[in-house]
Every structure is written in structure tokens, then in C-alpha cells.
Design a protein. Structure first.
Length: 317
């Protein structure tokens, strides 16, 4: 399998941590996850690149690296509204024009906006800078609430953590859910957060120990093959249905039903990749009742059929 070429474009002053997040996902092969990406860095000009940490990084490759990239990653940088050299924006447009996927994390969205790659599109950035992005680039439809937005050819994320979520989402798109879960496990991270989840919870820390949804979520994931209604979940949590729905919104930015459907579909993807079970059996195992229901839900969520997905990602073929 040929390696997918990922190039991170650095812009001074570069945040080392923002770069490290992309490096961990695309540039580090875990022992149980063979390398699928060739990760490199570049800058406008080879040489020292200043960082927000007060030291410089030595970058030995210029913008020519973007000419061979399958994916270009633009990590966040400070200050977000600083002018970007025309050579950089032109190189980004050229890479996009020949089919490279352009990805911005956090304030990297400002660079994509200056390049005109977000015109007429929905995009996001860190919630603290969303108003500034919308004001500076009125042609961009800024969504300040979501974790990330992926258009296929261009993608943007909120803060640093959401950048990792976006990177893992792209790994799932490229190589399937099971491989992405291996990468996430190596980083000691949860494998999946949907892009439409809120950037931050309404209440960041539960006021009582019993408010945490973690025990309920673990319990539900282990019983996906059973009938998990809102009433049953609320009973397990020892709260009313209304209270449970409110906690899901506050802590996860979604409803119990939507969260449960995503977990079921995540499991479907792994079973399609790692087993030869028929779709009917998978539907029963994950609680989607029938193959017809599974196919309908799968196509709505992923834009393809279970059969086509299995042909692309099945590890047993």
C-alpha cells in the first residue's frame, strides 16, 4: 500500500503543540498500527521558523513540498489574523486545485480564509476567535459551536483537542474505523467524537459525582444488542428522562438517541472491516434490528452502502 503523503505547513510564530498533534496522528506508527502516512513539514522558506514557545524550529523544506502532498495540514498559529505571505496562499490554492485535501486546525482557519478556500463554505475555528473570523471574512459561514467541519476537500476544526478529533476523523475516512481506533488507543484517546458536537460543555465540570455520564455510557456500549430506550437509560442512571437528556446536551452536545446511534454505527463499521458477518447478523448484534434499517442508517450517515464500505476497508479480504 502506498503511503498517503501529509505535509504540515508551518507559519511563524508556530505553536509547537499544534504541530505535535498532527505529528502524533499522521507521523507516528503504533506497534499495532502499521504506518499508512508519510508525514513531513515545510515552511515558506527553508530555515529557522519561530515558535510561540520562544525557540526556533529548523525546517529544511520549502513550499515545493506541497506539490506532492495528498493532504496539507495547517496547524494553528498566533496571532490568528496576522497577514499571510502571498506565496503561501498561492501555494495552498495550487495544492487544492490539483486535488490535495487542505486541513486547518484551530486558528489555521484564518490562513485558509486568506487563501480564499473557505469562501461560501461553512467553517469553524476556536470559539474565542470565531467572531473575529466571521468579521474579517464575511464570505465564510462561520459555525462557532461545532468541533470540526469536513467538506471532503477542505476541513477546519475548533481548538487543539478538536484538531485531533478532525485528524482521527480523516484517518477513519482514509483507512477505516478499526485503524483509526488503533491510532487513538496508541495516543490514549477516545476513538471518536462527532464533528457536530459542541466545542465545550455548558457546564464543564459536573456539580456532583453522580452527574457524570461516563458509567452510563460504558454500560450502554456493552449492551448495544439490547433495546436501549431513553426510559431504560434514565432508569439505569437513576434520573428522569428530562434530566438525562439535559446532561447529554451539557456534557456531549447531543441527544441520547443520536449518541446511541453513532455508537451503533461505529460498531457496524468495525464489524464490516474485521469480520465476514452478514449485514443481517451485524444489525442484530448492534441493536439496529434489521438489515434494511442498518443499510438506511448507514447510507444516511456515511453516503455509501455497507457492502461498498466493506469492499474498501475489510481486513479479511
Amino acid at each position: 500500500m502506498s503511503l498517503h503523503r501529509v505535509v504540515a505547513l508551518l507559519n511563524p510564530p508556530q505553536s509547537p503543540f499544534e504541530l505535535a498533534c498532527a505529528t502524533e496522528v499522521f507521523g507516528m506508527a503504533a506497534p499495532d498500527a502499521p504506518a499508512r502516512y508519510d508525514f513531513r513539514i515545510c515552511a515558506e522558506r527553508p530555515g529557522p521558523v519561530g515558535t510561540t514557545a520562544g525557540y526556533s524550529m529548523l525546517v529544511d523544506t520549502g513550499l515545493a513540498a506541497l506539490e506532492e502532498a495528498d493532504t496539507v495540514v495547517v496547524p494553528g498559529r498566533q496571532p490568528p489574523g496576522a497577514p499571510v505571505p502571498s506565496a503561501v496562499t498561492e501555494a495552498l490554492r495550487a495544492a487544492h486545485g490539483r486535488g490535495a485535501r487542505i486541513v486547518a486546525a484551530c486558528t489555521g482557519a484564518f490562513i485558509l480564509a486568506q487563501a480564499g478556500l473557505l469562501d461560501g463554505r461553512r467553517a469553524t475555528t476556536h470559539w474565542r476567535h470565531a467572531t473575529r473570523l466571521a468579521s474579517a471574512f464575511p464570505e465564510v459561514r462561520v459555525d462557532p459551536d461545532v468541533l470540526y467541519v469536513d467538506h471532503g476537500d477542505v476541513a477546519t476544526s475548533a481548538g487543539t483537542g478538536a484538531g485531533i478529533d478532525l485528524y482521527l476523523h480523516l484517518v477513519r475516512r482514509d483507512h477505516g474505523a478499526a485503524y483509526a481506533a488503533q491510532v487513538a488507543r496508541h495516543m490514549v484517546l477516545p476513538p471518536h467524537r462527532e464533528g457536530n458536537q459542541l466545542q465545550y460543555a455548558v457546564r464543564s465540570v459536573p456539580s456532583e459525582a453522580g452527574d457524570s455520564l461516563a458509567p452510563l455510557l460504558d454500560w450502554a456500549v456493552s449492551r448495544l444488542d439490547t433495546r436501549l430506550t431513553l426510559g431504560r437509560l434514565a432508569e439505569r442512571a437513576g434520573v428522569s428522562r428530562r434530566t438525562l437528556s439535559r446532561r447529554f446536551t451539557e456534557q456531549l452536545g447531543t441527544s441520547p438517541g443520536q449518541w446511541l446511534l453513532r455508537r451503533r454505527l461505529d460498531t457496524v463499521r468495525v464489524l464490516l472491516e474485521q469480520t465476514d458477518l452478514p449485514v443481517e447478523a451485524i444489525a442484530t448484534r448492534v441493536g439496529l434490528v434489521s438489515a434494511v434499517n442498518l443499510r438506511r442508517r448507514f447510507r444516511t450517515s456515511f453516503g455509501t452502502t455497507p457492502g461498498a464500505y466493506r469492499r474498501s476497508f475489510c481486513e479479511t479480504r
